[in-house]
Ligand binder design. Structure first.
Ligand code: EPZ
Length: 452
């Protein structure tokens, strides 16, 4: 079982082992606290490279994706120190080109390295980016990223183990229209445009809350970024940026995951740190599925109502139903009386995880070409798939292997909802996005042993 980052760079907490033996049939109840968003914290850490002074990032989650970015920054001479509970101080003043073998060591561990391109080109005039990793939920191309970097004037050279970039004439503002509101490609443009010479106009931009929080980080550094309602973003390049002091937005994907765990196990979970505004669409679907939620000042309480109900969901870019939310939701839908449909329109292979749920007794049919349905609102994409879930079907224990981050989380809650004992293997992948995962399961009353 490969570890995602070298153990030496991991936090002092014990390695959480490679498999869980879970005894199901018990509701999850209690409180979990959600820290900063995985999909913001890692990008804000990269943004620190652009500053000419140190930055402080607060509420940084203790997850392996953060450790991958930390060690990549340190390989480039950035000093990263833990300064207080959950905060990092990042000082780029010693930044230098890294040795290829040091960068290569992180090849395949995450998708974040691709976002180093712009900052390293501004800082050093060159960059080598290793082949990317990330969840196997599709082929995860980076064509939008490379097209955008070329538009800024970068020269991109593909190598056997990654890509080498240079910017002989510096980077100039560009007019870029994304073929799809890609989160990563939008971040690529933002992190490159803020220090480019001249103005950049980005059309069809992603506008997820994590993107807006990254814009907040960059504005704190001195960037000039404005956006219009129709996904158009304008960035005026500036000569210098300072460090920032920023508290990460909460992780709405983790919050939604625990909400689905309460639904699936008929539990009652208070998610500290969760906020309503960034979860509006999720809360609508949660209520339609028979969930009950109470919004408090410091979090949201989630539990199952009198009965679970089938729903039809189309995943989409923000403000739609996030693709990251469908996997844990599907586990709960296996217990709803009736037929649910999930149209996965963002990735071409994010429903493969359902095979293990069928092994546990679920009735799920995946349509690899997707299905047309009356009243659909999300534009049909060639790559989309659909899952039809009939319930309720009792779930029984099984021996399953974690396929990806959210799929792995979903297997654990399925095992907790099932009768009998399950073995869930390869659980280190879950540490990519869920801090102190096993501690939280224990706090919620889960009955499990760790193997490995
Ligand atoms: C980010 O991935 C998140 N990851 C994903 O979360 C999330 O599911 C996704 O955005 C959508 O919200 C991080 O932020 C680290 P995209 P990203 O570029 O940026 C296609 C999780 O579970 N595309 O918005 O890689 C792509 O294939 C993870 O936390 C291209 O074709 O997603 C996909 O079909 C999973 N060419 C669509 O766009 C490109 O160059 C959306 O991808 C880039 C993307």
């Amino acid at each position: 079982m490969e570890s995602l980052v070298s153990e030496s760079s991991m936090p002092a907490t014990p390695v959480q082992g490679h498999s869980l033996v879970i005894r199901g049939g018990r509701p999850l109840s209690g409180t979990v606290d959600v820290k900063g968003a995985k999909n913001l914290a890692t990008k804000a850490m990269v943004a620190a490279l652009l500053g000419d002074s140190a930055s402080v990032l607060r509420d940084v989650p203790d997850i392996s994706d953060v450790w991958v970015v930390r060690s990549l920054l340190e390989a480039h001479g950035v000093r990263v120190d833990a300064v207080e509970d959950g905060a990092l101080r990042l000082d780029p003043s010693g930044a230098v080109s890294a040795h290829m073998e040091e960068i290569d060591a992180h090849a395949g561990a995450s998708r974040i390295p691709i976002l180093f391109c712009g900052p390293l080109l501004h800082l050093l005039g060159q960059a080598f980016i290793p082949d990317l990793g990330g969840c196997r939920i599709g082929d995860r191309p980076i064509d939008f990223h490379l097209d955008a970097l070329r538009a800024f004037g970068a020269v991109v050279e593909k190598l056997p183990t990654g890509i080498r970039l240079s910017a002989p004439g510096g980077l100039r503002g560009a007019n870029i229209e994304l073929p799809y509101p890609s989160v990563g490609a939008t971040e690529q443009v933002l992190l490159t445009a803020v220090r480019a010479q001249g103005t950049t106009e980005l059309r069809n931009a992603a506008i997820e809350p994590e993107i807006m929080d990254l814009i907040g980080v960059l504005q704190k550094m001195g960037a000039i970024i404005s956006y219009e309602p129709n996904r158009v973003v304008f960035i005026e390049g500036v000569d210098r940026l300072s460090g920032y002091d920023h508290r990460c937005i909460f992780d709405r994907n983790e919050a939604a995951s625990w909400a689905c765990a309460a639904l699936a196990t008929d539990g009652d979970i208070f998610v500290g740190g969760a906020k309503q505004q960034e979860m509006l669409t999720f809360l609508n679907v949660y209520r339609k599925a028979g969930g009950v939620f109470d919004i408090a000042e410091d979090g949201i309480r989630f539990r199952r109502g009198p009965e679970l109900k089938p729903v039809v969901v189309e995943t989409d870019v923000h403000p739609g139903f996030m693709t990251d939310w469908q996997q844990p939701l599907i586990v709960a839908l296996t217990q709803a009386r009736g037929t649910s449909v999930v149209h996965e329109t963002v990735y071409e292979n994010r429903l493969g995880f359902t095979r293990a749920l069928v092994q546990m007794g679920a009735d799920i049919v995946v349509h690899p070409q997707g299905i047309d349905a009356p009243g659909r609102r999300v534009p049909r994409r060639k790559l989309e798939q659909a899952a039809v879930i009939n319930g309720p079907t009792p779930l029984h224990g099984a021996d399953v292997q974690v396929p990806d981050l959210r799929g792995g989380y979903s297997y654990v809650i399925a095992a907790l909802a099932a009768e009998g004992e399950s073995t869930v293997r390869n659980i280190d992948i879950i540490r990519r996005g869920y801090a102190r995962f096993l501690d939280k399961l224990t706090a919620l009353g889960a009955d499990f042993d760790v193997l490995g």
